[in-house]
Design a protein. Structure first.
Length: 253
């Protein structure tokens, strides 16, 4: 390799993106001003948010807004969550490097990519097949090898790999789906927005004695939808239709 080529590659950064340095600076500003300034302290979480190229997880017409303090539309009436909310939820999961995390609501796979920086393995479930497909392709293109994308209704969790050290839900059900509690290991944490008109972010921890719940703050997530079809015998083979969700635009705070 010539010195000139090496320099060009270094300038492009690890993302293979000629604007990588500019985006890295935008991420640093995002973390400092939107996230650390609001009280997120976990250095590993802050570092993960500095590393994941959020602009690669949004549609082309949203790239200019990728590092703004808000949720953005990603198609199919769904959103990529606000960076601050991603940071708070990730910190609340209290992750360890060896953990296996289950995410319900893959969306763009940005949250999954943040998790993938912090733990050994991530399984993420998305009910909209088109989003699941795009998410899998995006993660592969970006080199994430420890994330598995599953297409289907996450209400039932993902029993093949249970129990999980942590579970995160990024769409709001009216109540916590019982299968998710069953698939939480002792000591495991579940972070989930709950409610319909009024939603709140809850953290549930499974202990030897049962569940401990604390409430963080009010939030506004897209609704948790349900697959009208019965679960398949082999959930790994799922690629099913779903009830379309009306367009909602950016919903999280
Ligand atoms: C706010 S978006 C998720 C943002 C995503 N975590 C990201 O980083 O881009 C919520 C996602 O949950 C999905 N969803 C809603 N109900 C679901 C269900 N029952 N099972 C799996 N995914 C669901 C929606 O289709 C949508 O993509």
């Amino acid at each position: 390799m010539t010195a000139a080529l090496l320099l060009a590659l270094l300038a492009a950064g690890a993302e293979g993106d000629p604007d990588a340095d500019r985006y890295a600076r935008m991420r640093a500003t995002m973390v400092r001003e939107q996230i650390a300034a609001r009280g997120v302290r976990d250095a590993h979480v802050l570092d993960a948010l500095r590393r994941v190229p959020r602009h690669r997880f949004v549609p082309d017409d949203q790239v200019a807004f990728a590092y703004e303090d808000r949720a953005l539309p990603i198609g199919q009436g769904q959103t990529i969550s606000q960076p601050y909310v991603v940071a708070v939820m990730t910190e609340a999961l209290a992750l360890e490097p060896g953990d296996h995390v289950l995410e319900i609501g893959t969306g763009s796979a940005y949250q999954a990519a943040v998790l993938a920086q912090l733990v050994k393995r991530v399984t993420t479930i998305e009910i909209v097949p088109e989003l699941a497909q795009e998410a899998g392709e995006r993660l592969a293109a970006l080199g994430y090898e420890n994330v598995e994308v599953v297409t289907g209704d996450g209400f039932a969790g993902w029993p093949p790999h249970a129990p999980y050290d942590a579970i995160i839900v990024t769409a709001a059900p009216a109540e916590v789906p019982p299968p998710l509690l069953e698939q939480l290991a002792v000591g495991g944490r579940l972070v989930i927005p709950v409610g319909t008109d009024h939603q709140e972010l809850r953290v549930l921890t499974r202990t030897e004695r049962g569940l401990e719940t604390r409430t963080l703050f009010p939030v506004r997530f897209v609704p948790f939808t349900r697959d009208p079809e019965p679960p398949p015998r082999d959930p790994g083979a799922s690629s099913r239709e779903h009830a379309p969700t009306p367009p909602r635009g950016s919903k999280e705070p």
